[in-house]
Design a protein around this ligand. Structure first.
Ligand code: GRF
Length: 195
């Protein structure tokens, strides 16, 4: 399976996905796309020999559909069969997501359905949660919704800050996402629950 990975920033999840796609893996990364030309993940992809594409969202001034058409054009010749969102921070409309339904994954730093959206770690701390974690899910037009393909759980410790909790969750993302992609690319949609 040919996999496109979308990033916006450091690309640590992307890096782990790339490293996981060894020769026995049912998937290969065919392109890494970023909406930010300065995303650190682009250099990691180039070093790994994976083609990269940059489609900046600013020139489209909030015209989401035009931005998404540019993305579709940029990835077309790479012929991806699966899209993995990995720290991609732009919302995607139904017009882009629907044709990819069932073939697009995202990793979100909370135990969905809790804490859709942003600032998930601060919200878990504010709520006094004792458990937190991350979720890989199929992407639908509704934000951070869609069938859950995997979850990993971490404890929230009494002296946790947003940064220490985020780091503990990120470490689990780096385990969960590659495990889910390997199973998903083999056509197996059973969830992986590390909790
Ligand atoms: C992480 O917090 C992750 O939970 C979310 O995007 C952030 C950056 O991830 N999906 P990455 O290092 O760019 O993969």
């Amino acid at each position: 399976k040919r996999v496109a990975i979308f990033i916006s920033g450091s690309g640590s999840n992307m890096q782990k996905l790339l490293e996981s796609m060894t020769d026995d893996h049912p998937a290969r990364a065919c392109v890494v796309l970023s909406n930010d030309p300065k995303a650190g993940g682009l250099e990691i992809a180039e070093t790994a020999g994976v083609p990269t594409e940059v489609v900046r969202h600013e020139p489209f001034k909030g015209d989401r559909v035009a931005f998404e058409h540019a993305i579709t054009g940029a990835i077309a010749h790479h012929a991806p069969e699966i899209i993995c969102l990995a720290g991609f921070m732009r919302k995607l409309t139904a017009g882009f997501v629907d044709p990819w339904r069932g073939h697009m994954l995202n990793i979100h730093p909370s135990l969905l359905p809790k804490y859709r959206g942003l600032h998930t770690h601060a919200r878990a701390l504010d709520a006094g949660d004792t458990m937190h974690g991350c979720t890989v899910h199929e992407v639908t037009a509704a934000l951070d919704d869609g069938p859950i393909l995997g979850q990993a759980e971490v404890p929230v410790l009494p002296d946790d800050t947003e940064a220490t909790l985020a780091a503990r969750v990120l470490a689990q993302e780096h385990i969960l996402y590659p495990a889910v992609l390997r199973r998903f690319a083999a056509g197996d949609r059973r969830p992986i629950m590390l909790r």
